[in-house]
Design a protein around this ligand. Structure first.
Ligand SMILES: Nc1ncnc2c1ncn2[C@@H]1O[C@H](COP(=O)(O)OP(=O)(O)OP(=O)(O)O)[C@@H](O)[C@H]1O
Ligand SMILES: O=P(O)(O)OC[C@H]1O[C@H](OP(=O)(O)OP(=O)(O)O)[C@H](O)[C@@H]1O
Ligand SMILES: [Mg+2]
Length: 283
């Protein structure tokens, strides 16, 4: 049995549980359960605050963990990055009052910066040769300059709307972050085997993300031109239709290029175009 530490509630929780569901790993969750076993896969999930996940993995209390890169780097715990999960994408940035005349990182010399990430910030300031005063707060960081607690902030930014509503502007991006699957460096061979199976499933789910299965009918004499337009996984499947002179074309494409090629397909005479989601993809 592998034990995996997951955030009990917050930004990472939903996407993590959705990933398990897509990988067909069944978990029953209720608000008060802190440890739950899957009924169809040899893992159990330990629900923790994200701050405690890196340490729980490094100490072996959990074998694996799912945590934001920002938190993982800040904690400096000994664990391996096993897989970059690609959700909860954000960045850690320095921000100052929107009307401030900012002229580069040296602006921060002698200034007071509020943050929940003192370690990452200190490393950045040292690298830039800047002497600033770091004021640690655990939440609502963006309010600090407005109430006279600091001159600037260093915090998570995603859309930037929290900064805007607090009259701040982003001036330096210090690191980019996404959710990571981390692991204890000393897993037993048995646990490694379960991890391999888990990774196989995660990779199949991730490979299918943003991919669509596309089917269409097309005049047989246009099929060659249509294939040139389609950026398929391998080559498309072509099948004759009951109607003479028509074929059915099936392929897998990236969702993002769909709108680019749809016009070309129609111009080549494709009809009855169906776009279907793909659940899993084993490459
Ligand atoms: N606005 C955002 N957009 C995208 N990802 C985010 C955003 N805010 C936070 N994250 C990512 O999600 C992680 C968890 O964020 P959350 O706000 O739930 O943490 P928390 O309040 O520290 O939770 P906990 O109660 O577990 O300590 C962050 O460490 C970061 O990696
Ligand atoms: O750039 P934005 O899209 O506005 O996102 C950034 C905000 O999101 C996070 O807070 P969250 O909304 O999770 O609330 P929290 O402060 O309770 O963690 C983070 O701490 C920032 O404040
Ligand atoms: Mg936290």
């Amino acid at each position: 049995m592998l034990r995996i530490a997951v955030q009990s509630k917050g930004r990472l929780f939903e996407d993590t549980m959705a990933l398990f569901a897509e990988a067909d790993i069944k978990l029953s969750t209720s608000k008060r359960t802190l440890l739950t076993q899957s009924s169809n896969f040899p893992i159990e999930v330990l629900f923790l605050r994200d701050d405690d996940i890196p340490q729980s993995v490094a100490s072996g209390v959990a074998d694996l963990g799912i945590v934001g890169e920002n938190e993982f780097v800040e904690r400096k715990e000994k664990a391996d990055i096993i897989y970059r999960l690609g959700f909860s994408k954000c960045r850690l940035s320095l921000a100052v009052h929107k009307e401030e005349e900012y002229n580069g990182p040296s602006w921060f010399n002698g200034k007071k910066i509020a943050t929940s990430y003192p370690g990452i910030l200190q490393t950045y300031l040292d690298k830039q040769g800047i002497n600033a005063d770091i004021h640690v707060i655990t939440g609502s960081v963006e309010i600090a300059p407005g109430i006279g607690l600091s001159d600037a902030i260093f915090d998570i930014v995603s859309s930037g709307s929290t900064l805007i509503s607090n009259n701040l502007k982003e001036v330096e991006i210090v690191m980019k972050s996404e959710a990571l699957l981390i692991g204890n460096p000393n897993l037993t061979p048995e646990k490694k085997e379960i991890l391999e199976e888990l990774l196989f499933r995660i990779e199949a789910v991730k490979a299918a993300e943003d991919k669509k299965y596309v089917l269409m009918n097309a005049p047989t004499d246009k099929v060659k031109d249509i294939i040139e337009v389609l950026p398929g996984v391998k080559s498309p499947t072509i099948m004759p239709l009951a109607t003479e002179g028509w074929s059915s074309v099936h392929t897998v494409i990236d969702q993002k290029c769909f709108w680019e090629i749809i016009g070309k397909l129609k111009a080549l005479g494709a009809q009855g175009i169906l776009v279907l989601p793909i659940e899993k993809m084993i490459l």
